[in-house]
Design a protein around this ligand. Structure first.
Ligand SMILES: Cc1cc2nc3c(=O)[nH]c(=O)nc-3n(C[C@H](O)[C@H](O)[C@H](O)COP(=O)(O)O)c2cc1C
Length: 136
């Protein structure tokens, strides 16, 4: 199989987050299969974990921060997306949605997508996976 360009979105910003280990394990496993993988981490992305203005809300997108424009280009260029998400209060964690909401839905659209979920609870994050922000 030829290498794929894949992005792994890490959905937790919590101090001491377990998601970092989960996401790194996913990244390593994909790299071992020779895929070109990049971790998208809300803590280092540039938004500091908050949506202040999504890219598609800029009147002139060239005025958006450079990290936003570059990350959007990576999403558009990706062959597939992997979402790594914990479950917070039976739902998606805010770190995941505030990261992914920065970018236009069209950038994600029609891409194959995998969801890796985890939690301390008996369902292993299943309820978050069920509502994860998959492209249409
Ligand atoms: C705010 C909050 C809400 C949580 N709600 C749930 C929940 O509804 N179900 C569950 O199984 N675990 C829940 N947990 C436990 C998390 O699944 C567990 O702490 C997990 O490690 C969180 O991922 P993180 O360490 O990467 O942030 C919750 C944790 C937090 C911090």
């Amino acid at each position: 199989m030829s290498p794929l360009r894949l992005l792994v979105f890490l959905g937790s910003t919590r101090d001491g987050r377990l998601g970092e280990n989960v996401a790194k394990s996913v990244v390593n496993s994909l790299k071992q299969r020779n895929h070109d993988v990049e971790l998208i981490d809300p803590l280092t992305l540039g938004s500091n974990g908050h949506v202040s203005q999504p890219l598609h809300f800029y009147k002139d997108q060239s005025q958006a921060p450079e990290w936003m424009i570059k990350t959007n280009a990576k999403i558009q260029a990706a062959n597939g997306l992997i979402i790594v998400t914990p479950e917070y209060n039976c739902m998606l964690p805010p770190g995941l949605t505030s990261m992914m909401d920065q970018f236009p839905p069209a950038s994600y659209r029609y891409k194959p997508c995998g969801i890796v979920c985890y939690s301390m609870g008996p369902f292993g994050g299943l309820r978050a996976a069920a509502v994860s922000p998959l492209p249409e």
